[in-house]
Design a binder for this molecule. Structure first.
Ligand code: V0D
Length: 236
């Protein structure tokens, strides 16, 4: 029985604000530290041979946070890019995003586009930021695209299947391992289709404390589960 590769790692980055508050620091400091962890864990994951890492950086529900916090969060793409572009290039990491960036501030949009253009030729891991992303929205958008193709006459209703459906999502790489930090045990509208067969790892560690050691623990658990089920008929 072949071992299941860890191709796509997805992470719900939770606990930045709480981490800062517990240290009597402003919540935005937690987001800043969280951004640094994204860079560290992306490099560690790429060194481990992981091909894609998707991080839930800002959800459609996060708009309800205080204005100052939201404004700072949208400065992070530029801060992140200015500080870490060299590291991304050195490790051949490509930046992508999923989500609806039409409503996010122009400055953030520009940095996101710059980061994609500058890292476009990199051949290593893809680091995908889920920005203003919601999985139910993604599924509704995919449905509209499919209906449009049927209306155009380019797609027959009988031809619609799960492969066609997946191909109309923003990204359709199946998630092998989903990690959520900071103690919450929910999916929160993240990659609902893509996690159909994924292992899920919950940890109480808050995102700014999630280091390479924590990543190694998560991957160890992933491999242990794979070995446990690998002996049985595990046809998927
Ligand atoms: C805050 C922890 C990098 C979680 C990470 C606007 C929330 C730091 C980016 C980024 C955020 C996004 C796109 C890109 C380059 C960098 C980022 C957001 C939040 C949402 F092309 N960190 N970061 N984007 N945080």
């Amino acid at each position: 029985m072949q071992k299941k590769e860890l191709n796509h790692l997805a992470i719900i980055l939770d606990g930045n604000g709480r981490w800062a508050q517990e240290r009597n620091m402003p919540r935005i400091k937690g987001h800043y530290e969280g951004g640094r962890r994204v860079k560290d864990i992306a490099i560690a994951a790429s060194n481990l041979g992981i091909k894609r890492m998707t991080v839930y950086a800002f959800s459609t529900e996060n708009w309800s946070r205080p204005d100052d916090e939201v404004n700072f969060i949208f400065k992070l793409p530029k801060i992140f890019l200015d500080k870490y572009l060299n590291d991304l290039m050195k490790h051949q990491i490509r930046v992508e995003y999923i989500g609806d960036i039409s409503y996010i501030p122009e400055g953030a949009k520009k940095s996101i586009n710059d980061s994609m253009i500058k890292t476009n030729e990199n051949i290593g891991m893809t680091l995908c930021f889920a920005l203003n992303y919601g999985s139910q929205d993604e599924i509704v958008k995919a449905t509209k695209k499919i209906v449009q193709q049927v209306e155009d006459g380019s797609l027959n209703i009988e031809a619609i299947n799960k492969e066609i459906f997946a191909a109309n999502l923003m990204d359709n790489t199946p998630v092998d391992l989903l990690i959520r930090t900071s103690g919450e045990q929910r999916i929160s509208n993240f990659l609902l289709w893509q996690i159909a067969y994924s292992e899920i790892y919950f940890t109480d560690v808050m995102w700014p404390d999630f280091d390479e050691k924590q990543l190694a623990l998560a991957i160890e658990e992933y491999k242990r589960r794979d070995r446990r089920f690998g002996g049985l008929s595990n046809a998927k």
